[in-house]
Design a protein around this ligand. Structure first.
Ligand SMILES: Nc1ncnc2c1ncn2[C@@H]1O[C@H](COP(=O)(O)OP(=O)(O)O)[C@@H](O)[C@H]1O
Ligand SMILES: CC(=O)N[C@@H](CCC(=O)OP(=O)(O)O)C(=O)O
Length: 297
């Protein structure tokens, strides 16, 4: 192995490394769930940096569990067969054909790519969907209208998580493997459900009693109406931002999941920018806050 030429002054470098100590103490041996959004994985160099960060964090003693999305990738596959995606409150309307395409894209394409990249970076990863090992049970989502609670929307085969059996994840972790989970669940009659990846990440973080939940997306964090980053959010502020439409679309399930996880005791819940290389590493190890932190109160 050859040393990489260093572009940081030695003093700054030493300071940077020393700053990692509290984080390493806090997170060593703990589970960290990382939601890797489809919008954050459009560039191959970024994807490689993500995989390297996962391997480095694991080597540092943290137990990462990756939950990936793939919204834009599903969208392209739908377009190839002449279908147009439709979303209600951030949930994809999923008919039987869309469900098949969702499974192909998530498990066959996106998950396989992430697993391959982690292994290329020197780690060992195993891809699974929520169907494997009985991980995620679901039922059809009853999506209540945001403005009129007496109204519901039929979004087809979209799942609402009813139970999570973490045993398969614990088995993989104890073997030193990084689980890479596609957000698909199974129902009482073995039917598949398409579940928003933010919802799965939050559910897994709670079920695994994770120390940290990181959600990587294509925005610096949650933004206000002027486009300014909101560095911290409380439940009251979130309610107000949803009510006045500042938080909409794909941010709705993300913020709801983040808040559920924070309220259930996940210590550090952050929505961060996945478009800059190594944001995850900085967020975890530098001791400096990035993006938006979601507070339980
Ligand atoms: N207040 C907000 N702040 C930031 N993003 C928002 C906000 N409201 C809605 N969004 C939208 O949410 C999107 C992120 O959700 P989503 O598209 O599901 O991303 P991902 O694939 O990373 O999960 C942003 O790209 C943005 O268009
Ligand atoms: C029900 C629902 O909306 N499922 C999502 C699952 C993938 C996902 O959540 O991907 P991102 O994280 O990239 O948005 C979908 O079909 O797009």
């Amino acid at each position: 192995m050859t040393d990489t030429p260093c572009t940081i002054a030695p003093r700054d470098h030493a300071q940077l490394l020393a700053q990692m100590l509290p984080a390493l103490r806090q997170f060593r041996g703990k589970t960290m769930v990382v939601k890797y959004g489809g919008n954050a994985m459009t560039d191959p160099a970024l994807q490689q940096a993500f995989a390297e960060d996962i391997v480095l964090l694991q080597l540092a003693g943290i137990q990462p569990v990756v939950v990936h999305g793939g919204g834009p990738q599903i969208e392209s596959a739908l377009q190839r067969v002449g279908k147009q995606g439709q979303f209600i409150q951030g949930m994809r309307v999923t008919d039987a054909e869309t469900m098949q395409i969702v499974q192909w894209v998530l498990a066959g394409e996106v998950q396989a790519d992430i697993v391959g990249r982690i292994q290329q970076a020197g780690g060992r990863a195993v891809g699974l969907t929520g169907r494997d090992g009985g991980l995620i049970r679901a039922q059809k989502l009853r999506l209540v209208d945001q403005n009129d609670a007496t109204l519901t929307h039929d979004v087809g085969q979209v799942g609402d998580i009813t139970a999570i059996d973490t045993s398969i994840i614990l088995t993989l972790q104890s073997a030193g493997l990084v689980p890479v989970v596609s957000p698909v669940g199974f129902g009482a009659h073995n039917e598949s459900y398409n579940i928003n990846a933010d919802v799965v990440a939050a559910g897994l973080a709670v079920a695994l009693q994770a120390e940290k939940l990181l959600m990587l997306s294509n925005i610096p964090g949650v933004l206000d109406k002027q486009g300014q980053l909101l560095t911290e959010l409380t439940p009251q502020r979130i309610d107000a931002l949803v009510a006045d439409g500042t938080i909409s679309g794909g941010m709705l399930p993300k913020i709801a999941g983040a808040l559920d996880a924070a309220k259930a005791g996940v210590n550090a819940v952050h929505i961060i920018d996945g478009r800059a290389p190594h944001t995850m590493l900085l967020e975890v190890l530098s001791g400096q806050a990035h993006g938006t932190m979601i507070r339980a109160q």
